[in-house]
Design a protein around this ligand. Structure first.
Ligand SMILES: Cc1ncc(COP(=O)(O)O)c(C=O)c1O
Length: 396
């Protein structure tokens, strides 16, 4: 039994699964959660669980961070919603704060509601700006489930039913400089890439390859889109992956943690790209809603004031050092977007950790588990994770 388990409440009887009339979009999780605070979730039986999954990499500031709760509550009391048909100070402040956090050169924002919607709009913008039809994406990519986002997503299972509705896309091998050099990009509207492919098993690009991608797209007149939906908001130890790799794209898409869990997506773009767009070209009723904008402002403020980027770096190192010599044979990624390679036993370890009330994520690579905890994760929680992983190795 780990120290974390000993400290927690005694285990009550098995949880009953909800039977609500919800479409089962995911295999049911055996635990029903009720509340969250920081890096912990509490289930309906009152047991506490450590969250190294972050609700699909969303909970950047932790569950129900007091500053985020306060901002949403205050905003709800002032104005819950008005659309982009009018100007709102909170929306303008959110756009300014996001641009200030982003790499220099991305100075205009379009707000929407999700990652797929952000990518859908980024690709539409590329089409509008270039007049071209074709896109380039990379093997292992995940960009969302709407039709353009799905077009650039490398998942045969998700694509198959809609193949005839998808846009023309060439998938190149991720990180392969030679394949990139061979591809003619002169008829390509946009190349879209996740600087670290999370879903594929936390596969990392090199600075050299991303720099070459930047140069090749620029010379061919194709736009470069960074999908920073998982890599952004301080998770890698820098505001965005773009700053870490020193490569600025033409467009950057955000969602997930941008408003600490209040649904929000965003497309950041250069002034040159924005100059091609006229009122009416894009739209979204809920995009940039006041609650999401208030949550975004609080999120960026917490990331800065609590030193969460530095924390992501330090915690990432603590995890790397701690799992050395266990069943984990390699750690991929950076900061707090990490993939643990556990050859042949990743699924077993995931269940083992779940039984010890520690949530982690799977990936498309059956040998890789993903960690994407809140950036507020405590040292004691990391130590509990390490202790549990070490005990997995010892028990086998
Ligand atoms: C890298 C990446 N892009 C896009 C998406 C789609 O985001 P959403 O589920 O908000 O549409 C995801 C979701 O997991 C993602 O991980």
């Amino acid at each position: 039994m780990t120290k974390y388990e000993q400290a927690a409440d005694p285990a009550p009887p098995a949880t009953t699964l909800a039977t609500a009339p919800l479409l089962p979009t995911y295999a049911p999780h055996p635990v029903v959660f009720f509340t969250g605070s920081g890096d912990e979730l509490t289930d309906i039986e009152g047991r506490r669980h450590l969250d190294f999954y972050g609700g699909h990499c969303v909970c950047v500031t932790g569950h129900s961070h007091p500053a985020v709760v306060e901002a949403i509550t205050r905003q709800a009391g002032e104005l819950v919603f008005y659309s982009t048909a009018v100007q709102l100070p909170v929306r303008e402040a959110a756009a300014e704060a996001l641009v200030e956090f982003a790499p220099r050169g991305l100075d205009t924002v379009f707000f929407c509601n999700s990652g797929a919607e952000a990518n859908e709009n980024a690709l539409k913008i590329a089409r509008l700006v270039t007049g071209r039809r074709r896109f380039v994406a990379f093997g292992g990519s995940f960009h969302g489930r709407t039709l353009l986002a799905l077009s650039v997503t490398d998942s045969p299972r998700l694509r198959r039913p809609y193949e005839d509705l998808l846009a023309p896309v060439q998938f190149l091998p991720f990180g392969d400089a030679a394949a990139l050099a061979r591809e003619d990009l002169r008829d390509v509207a946009a190349v879209i890439v996740e600087p670290i492919q999370s879903m594929a098993g936390v596969r990392e690009a090199t600075s050299e390859w991303l720099t070459a991608l930047r140069a090749r797209t620029r010379e061919a007149g194709a736009l470069l889109v960074f999908d920073e939906i998982q890599t952004g908001l301080g998770r890698l130890g820098t505001p965005f992956a773009a700053q870490h790799y020193g490569v600025v794209p033409d467009l950057m898409t955000l969602a997930k943690g941008v408003a600490s869990g209040v649904p929000m997506g965003a497309v950041l773009m250069s002034a040159k790209v924005a100059g091609h767009l006229a009122p009416g070209d894009l739209g979204s009723t809920f995009g940039g809603g006041p609650l999401a904008c208030a949550a975004l402002l609080a999120t960026l403020s917490v990331i800065r004031s609590a030193g969460l980027m530095e924390r992501a770096r330090v915690c990432g190192e603590r995890i790397r050092a701690g799992v050395a010599g266990t069943a984990v044979t390699a750690v991929h990624g950076r900061g707090l977007l990490l993939g643990l390679r556990v050859p042949g036993r990743a699924g077993e370890l995931k269940t083992f950790l779940q039984d010890k009330r520690i949530l982690v994520g799977g990936s498309a690579d059956p040998d890789v588990l993903r960690l994407m905890p809140p950036l507020t994760v405590r040292d004691s929680s990391i130590d509990a994770l390490i202790e549990a992983i070490a005990s997995f190795a010892a028990e086998r």
